[in-house]
Design a protein around this ligand. Sequence first.
Ligand SMILES: [Zn+2]
Length: 146
Amino acid sequence: MNFLLDDLINLPKVRIRNVIKESTETFLILDCLEEEVTCPHCENKTDKIHQTRTKIVRDLPISGQIIYLNIPKRQFHCEQCQKHFTEELEFVERGRRFTQRYEKYVYERVIASSVEQVRREEDLSWDQVNRIHQHQYEIKKKVGRR
Ligand SMILES: [Zn+2]
């Protein structure tokens, strides 16, 4: 356990188990803290883990270093309704390869400069930056309509 590092990354329901540094990239290996999660199908609480895979997502830089989070993607089995489901973490949208805060950060920076500049500075592809920008733009459009 490393309370200082956990405070630094400021993400809910996870803690840092290990840090692996590879040249310009740093991987934070995370553990999920919640033992019980709520089944999205029947709202029963369960702690029966069926399997755990790993998902790697890009997060905000720390001290100028590229940060990836190594997140356990836990699949649970609900004994009440007999369905399997994957735990959702609020800081990563399903199917995305970046944390929400990183996508917001990229979006704001594209507005302040350009896709080309952000691509270069963040070491992303033009397509990745453009897709993040579009995705965040769609989210903001939806929120604005409410
Ligand atoms: Zn259930």
